[in-house]
Design a binder for this molecule. Sequence first.
Ligand code: UDP
Length: 312
Amino acid sequence: MEKRPRALVTGGAGFLGSHLCERLLDEGCSVVCMDNLITGSLRNIEHLFGREGFVFVKHDVTNFIHVPGRLDYILHFASPASPIDYLKLPIQTLKVGSLGTHKALGLAKSKGSRFLLASTSEVYGDPLVHPQPESYWGNVHPVGPRGVYDEAKRFAEALTMAYHRHHGVETRIVRIFNTYGPRMRAGDGRVVPTFINQALAGEPLTVFGDGSQTRSFCYVDDLVEGLWRLLNSDYAEPVNIGNPKEMTVLQFAEEIVRLTGSKSKIVFEPLPEDDPKVRQPDITLAKKLLAWEPKVPLDQGLERTIAYFEHA
Ligand code: UDP
């Protein structure tokens, strides 16, 4: 019988999912990558098809999930994840966070798998505590336009804890802060691919509001390292994984112009409704628990990301 661990990654053809599939293969796991390809893309995983132990299954995880055989890990990463995507797909976003998480947890229970939920800094909403520790309950506008994502993920966390407490499923919850890197989708509307592609095309960079809102950007390799350590830990409560280096969106636009050597100007557009004014992870817990902290400086991570979009 095959001894190596076997993992299911839902949303495996997405930005984070594809990097995660790759890391799991590198760690000696076999990987079932599942995606309905609504926001994910086969291009993200094309290079994995030749690798031993990798299979792709096209499936919408809001429907009953069947995977024959043993499953040691289930990493539930399926969901639209950019504000533009979840505003375009509000019902699917709610369904995958609720019904999809339910199906994935049900599978974990029946297979005895360890389950990792991809949650988000959006559970903190427009935060009134800064930076955000895991103990903060958040400030979410439940019926606002972003509520479809925020509440779906909050429900997913609650459901995951219920499966842990009530059914004894081994669960992990990661709250992922803004992450960037190769394989983000050019048109996904998030600030990193948008600014980079605008700068490369010599078009104006569209800063929303006055650009004073802050974000803290984590390079994807750092994030995946944190996920791997969390998966292998024995901690069931939520853990923030992100880079605490905070900057304003305007500073970020200036950095992209500088790194691309672009002649693009910066223009200001209206701020989307409920756009969080600040965001910065408190990673005290991850440092202590996982001996993890991000390593890749912003300019290096951005250079790799810019190179990806130059050749995309
Ligand atoms: N943003 C911007 N211009 C854009 C896209 C985004 O100024 O073309 C801003 C957005 O309003 C937010 C920040 O950049 O304040 C990060 O947005 P993103 O969509 O990447 O994700 P969020 O952190 O809001 O979930």
